[in-house]
Structures are given as C-alpha cells and as structure tokens.
Design a protein around this ligand. Structure first.
Ligand code: PLP
Length: 408
C-alpha cells in the first residue's frame, strides 16, 4: 500500500523501451475473455471498431474490464436480488476493502458528485430530497477553489447548488456561512494551477465550521490502494470513477466515506423513484461488477503489472525498431497515479509528420487506432497499454511502423 507521503508526491522517470525487467507477466488475469462471438454486432450495424492505444478515456469506451469483472456481470444477469439489499451488501464489502465507514456504487464519478451535493443539501430529509433541484430554504452553496474549477464541476450544480469560488484562506473564511452545504476538493495528478489553500488547512476550516467535505479522486488510480489512501485524507466523502483505472464497468464509480452521508446520497438515487438521481441508474449486475473490479484491482501486484506493461511496450517497440530517428521511451509517471506510457518522438526533418498528422492517419486507417497527444506532457504522444487487448500491441506497432516509414 502506498503511504500518504508517496501518494501525494509527483515525479516521473524515463527508461528506454527495450530494457525489460525480468519479472514475469504474472499479473495477467487467470481468465481469458472470449475472442470469438456468434454474431458481429458492430459489423451488422456498421460501427467501426477501434483499437484504443490512448488509455481509459470515456470517449473511447473507458478502460478494459478485467475478465473477472465480465464474469461477475454475467453472474449478476442470471442471479437476481432486491436491488437495495444487493446495494447494501456490495456497499458494505467495498467499504471493508477500502477500510472506510460506508460505500455505494454511483453511475460514475460525476454522479458521485451530484449525489453528494444532493446529500449535503438534504441530509436525509425526505421532503427536501423530493424538492430538488429547487433549493428554496435549503443550504445550497458549494465552495470550490478557483484553481480547482474544471470540466466536471457542472456536476456540483446539477442538484441545484451554486458554486462559491475562493482564491485563498481569507476568502474561504468569508465565504462560509449558513448557506454552505459542502466544500469541494479536486485531487489530480497534473493540476497545472495547484492548490491555493493547503489541504490540511482547508479540512481544518471545514471541521471548525462543521461543513461536509468532498474529494474528487476520479482518475487517481491505479494503484487501487489509492482509494484507501484517499479515504484517509480526512474528507467526509470521496468519489472515484469505476471505468477508468479501476477497470470496472464503464457506467459505475465509487462513493465512499461517512455512513450517514453515503446513506443520504443513496436516498437521492435510484431505485428511489422520487429522487433527483433516479436517472443515474446502475444495473444490479454492475454493482457486483464494480465490487469485483475493486477487489481484483486491489489484488494486483504493481511491480508485476508494470513488468507486464513493459513487456507489451517492448513487443510493440520491436515492430518499429527500424524507423530512422524514432525515439521510444517508457515513461513512468509516478505521481499519485502510477502509470507507464510509451513516449514516441522522431526527427521531423527525417520523418515528415507532425503529431497531429500521426494521430489523424492512425485514426483513419484500418484498423482505426486511437492515440492522444497529452496536454500535460507538452502535446507529446504517449501510448497507453491500459485499454489494449492481448496481441493488439503487435498490430499497433506494425501500423506505427508503416505510417512513419511512409514519410521517411
Ligand atoms: C473522468 C472524470 C470525472 C468523471 O468521471 P465519470 O466516472 O466518467 O463520471 C470526474 N472528475 C475527474 C477529475 C475526471 O477525470
């Protein structure tokens, strides 16, 4: 398990792609997902499949579920139980695994934010729950640091709350009042603006005024033990995506923390028909899928998993080793999220192709292969193995070789 100190530090290391550690690929799952199917649905309806070399991005279908998760989902489609009973039991098990008071499975990290805001505004009051998103007479302000404003913060106003931006400790103290429902914190691996208020101070001020706190840690896995660490930071509620680094079902997440607040979040959600979150429904089989995804992810030995990913990159690299000027380095991103990427770079005077052209050409090809130029890495191309199926690394390497050699 990572300690809080390593959890909060951020650094990265670079290694040549060809150097391999001798660790065997033991982290590979024991189950094998079926590769052949009776019908090809994509083909039947004219959908172009893609190979995702970019990572677990929502637009590309999220992460690849481990076979254990697919198996759990299959179980859940056959075996039925009362949804609330199932959710109680799944929540209890997830809370045990995360070593925290309580947990639920929302339909993603976004839903976790909506439901948590609703929870903090209504505190289990049935009348208030049914009143949302009308917040007349309710505490309806969510405090957020200016630096923490981001794409997903709309989720904080969906339930009817308004955002109150603060830039420093002084502004924070002034912003707190009788209308304050929740104080929000964004935990990110690459937050360019950083935190303008120190986390300990933020939490201490919240405690002083008895205000509930929420931490968005959506992308802060792997390792899955980061979920445990995040629960120990001192926030009342913590949210994660299920379909990103935890490799659970696409439309799931984790909401963990204080028992009463998690219960209030659930009261604002499906299957409660009169709740704001009724539409943020999670299938019963996905509850089990998320639980098993978390359990499986916690059991992954990080060193072995890194060794497995290095092997994948090494096989990929072999396919393009003759491309002149192509530099291939395995980058170890050792922030809160520990992840390996294959960084690609070439001499533009030898291979006349820009990163953007590279991305477009591989996207347009057959098979279509998706990459992303990473903003936090200065627009460089980082290949991710997270969403690749076994053997796809060879196809990807061969296509990159072809595309680049064409421009030499
Ligand atoms: C992806 C993301 C979310 C939304 O997660 P979903 O599980 O897709 O709803 C929220 N916050 C951050 C920081 C994210 O990266």
């Amino acid at each position: 398990m990572t300690t809080r100190r390593t959890f909060l530090k951020a650094s990265s290391a670079i290694y040549p792609a060809t150097i391999l550690t001798p660790l065997a690929a033991k982290a590979q799952s024991t189950y094998q997902a079926p590769k052949t199917f009776q019908r090809d649905y994509f083909k039947e309806i004219g959908v172009t499949p893609l190979i995702n070399a970019a990572g677990g991005y929502s637009a590309f279908g999220g992460a690849r579920m481990r076979p254990e998760v697919a198996e759990a989902i299959r179980y859940g489609t056959y075996n039925k139980a009362k949804v609330d009973d199932l959710h109680d039991a799944v929540g209890k098990r997830i809370a045990e695994l995360a070593q925290t008071e309580a947990a639920m499975v929302p339909s993603g990290a976004t839903a976790a934010m909506v439901l948590s805001t609703a929870a903090c505004m209504t505190m289990g009051d049935k009348g208030k729950i049914e009143q949302l998103p009308d917040t007349t007479g309710l505490k309806n302000e969510v405090i957020i640091q200016k630096n923490h404003r981001y794409t997903y913060d709309r989720a904080l106003i969906v339930a009817g709350a308004v955002l109150v931006e603060v830039a420093d400790e002084d502004e924070l103290r002034k912003a707190i009042g009788p209308k304050t429902a929740m104080m929000f914190w964004l935990l990110a691996n690459h937050n360019p603006d950083g935190d303008s208020i120190n986390m300990e101070t933020y939490l201490a001020i919240a405690k002083e005024h008895n205000i509930s706190t929420y931490l968005d840690g959506a992308t802060m896995t792997p390792p899955a033990s980061n979920v445990i660490d995040a629960c120990n930071l001192g926030f009342d509620l913590v949210g994660f995506s299920g379909g990103k680094g935890l490799r659970g079902p696409y439309s799931t997440g984790l909401l963990l923390g204080k028992k009463d607040l998690v219960a209030y979040a659930r009261a604002n959600s499906s299957p409660n028909s009169r709740s704001l979150g009724r539409g943020m429904k999670v299938a019963p089989e996905e509850y089990i899928g998320m639980m098993i995804a978390f359990e499986t992810a916690l059991g992954i030995n990080e060193k072995e998993d890194f060794a497995r990913k290095r092997t994948i990159f090494s096989r990929m690299s072999d396919q393009m080793k003759n491309v002149p000027s192509l530099k291939q380095n395995v980058i170890v991103d050792e922030g809160m999220v520990n992840e390996l990427y294959l960084d690609l770079d070439w001499d533009r005077s030898i291979i006349k192709m820009s990163n953007e052209e590279f991305i477009q050409e591989l996207k347009a090809g057959n098979p279509s292969i998706r990459f992303r130029a990473l903003k936090f890495a200065g627009g460089r191309i980082h290949v991710s193995s997270t969403a690749l199926d076994e053997g796809q690394e060879i196809i990807v390497g061969k296509r990159i070789n072809e595309v680049l050699m064409n421009r030499v």
